[in-house]
Write a protein that binds this ligand. Structure first.
Ligand code: PMP
Length: 389
């Protein structure tokens, strides 16, 4: 059989403690979920505002299905440009403070769509060492030279940029809030360095959108940087906004160009009208229910403080993502299973999602967690990670 080698490869992955298995969920997103038949408190989904199972989003999806049908039917450039997608783009541009926006079917598509469109052979992309896989793959696909700069280090970025000739096109890509670290890129400094060298700045705001900033607009608002000041602002609809899909915000000339050149926009069916309608409803709730982000951030802060007291390092975590870095993948999964036995679900994160030697439990906090649930997590962490058992 031609795929017999798969058994050997799977065995090797398992030997390294890196075998991944899907766990099956019987319930929607929520603070309590049923996982492989067990009721557990969920501390690892990106549904930060608790909107993924909000009936108002479900109703918006239902109304959109009745009004627009269930599918876009073709590429948006052919016969798939339903007005609800354009409504969402206008609303996203307003929300992020940019001239225009363009929606994509996922964040992975968005990053794969933007980087190769803006950089090619002879150009240079400067990418933070801990950028998401979709950014890494976007760089690979671009065929440009990729220079990795040290994580959240504008001085190192400055040095790297200085080495490249003035005439080359340069693009800097960073997450605003890093997905696996929960720490923040120093955006004002990165913006300043990028400008100094004439580089375009692309910011992936996937985990900050809806969570950070006084109005939940994301990482730029948190730092007091206007949406129009960066060249490309990417965000996703599948995390705090409780649905699926993603967007790029920027100037109208940027979106005009992407419509003509971005292959992951052009050669795919337009996002579903249900996705657009739920995102529009979620944006309304981000505006009207600020308590959601405040509660998610407060839960994270309480656990971070407790971990500080216990001496468990949380890196530079600042927002609703708190990693407990363990290092070894086998020990990480053991800790994950011990927590599960206590009814708490925090998935272990291993390479290649994080660099080798930095396997971790990545905890995330939601508006739906009660104080009691957060206390139970702290208690369980102290038992599992402090070796009390
Ligand atoms: N960027 C970052 C920083 C992410 O964490 C993710 C998803 N984990 C993506 C992009 C991809 O987004 P999506 O899940 O919508 O494909």
């Amino acid at each position: 059989m031609s795929l017999d080698w798969l058994d050997e490869e799977l065995r090797k992955i398992e030997e390294q403690g890196l075998l991944r298995k899907l766990r099956e969920m019987e319930t929607p997103q929520g603070a309590v979920i049923e996982l492989d038949g067990q009721k557990v408190v969920n501390f690892c989904s990106n549904d930060y505002l608790g909107l993924a199972s909000d009936p108002r989003l479900a109703n918006a999806a239902r109304a959109a299905a009745l009004r627009w049908g269930t599918g876009s039917g073709s590429s948006r450039l052919i016969a798939g440009n339903l007005r609800v997608l354009c409504d969402l783009e206008r609303e996203l541009a307003r929300f992020k403070g940019t001239e225009a926006a363009l929606v994509y079917t996922s964040g992975y598509h968005a990053n794969l769509g933007i980087i190769p469109t803006l950089a090619g052979k002879g150009d240079v992309v400067f990418s933070d060492a801990l950028n998401h896989a979709s950014v890494i793959d976007g760089c690979r696909l671009a065929g440009a030279r990729t220079e990795i700069y040290n994580h959240c280090d504008p001085e190192h970025l400055d040095k790297r940029l200085a080495k490249v000739g003035k005439d080359a096109r340069k693009i800097v890509v960073t997450e605003s809030l890093f997905s696996m670290e929960g720490d923040l890129a120093p955006l004002p400094e990165i913006l300043e360095v990028s400008r100094k060298h004439g580089a375009a700045l692309v910011v992936d705001d996937a985990h900050a959108t809806g969570v950070l900033g006084a109005e939940g607009k994301g990482g730029l608002e948190y730092f007091g940087v206007g949406g129009g000041e960066v060249d490309v602002l990417m965000g996703t609809l599948g995390k705090a906004l409780g649905g699926s899909g993603a967007f790029l915000c920027g100037s109208a000339r940027l979106t005009d160009y992407l419509v003509n050149r971005s292959r992951t926009f052009i050669f795919t069916t337009g996002p579903s009208p249900l996705m657009a309608a739920t995102a529009l409803e979620a944006l309304r709730l981000v505006r009207e229910e600020p308590w959601r982000r405040e509660k998610a951030l407060a839960g994270a802060e309480r656990v971070r403080s407790a971990m500080d007291v216990m001496g468990i390092p949380t890196g530079g975590s600042r927002a609703a993502i708190v990693p407990a870095i363990i290092g070894d993948p086998v020990l990480t999964m053991r800790a994950c299973e011990s927590l599960l036995e206590k009814g708490i679900y925090v998935q272990g994160i291993r390479p290649p999602t994080v660099p080798a030697g930095s396997s971790r439990l990545r905890m995330t906090f939601s508006a739906l967690h009660t104080e009691k649930q957060v206390n139970e997590l702290i208690e369980a962490l102290s038992e599992v990670l402090n070796g009390r058992e």
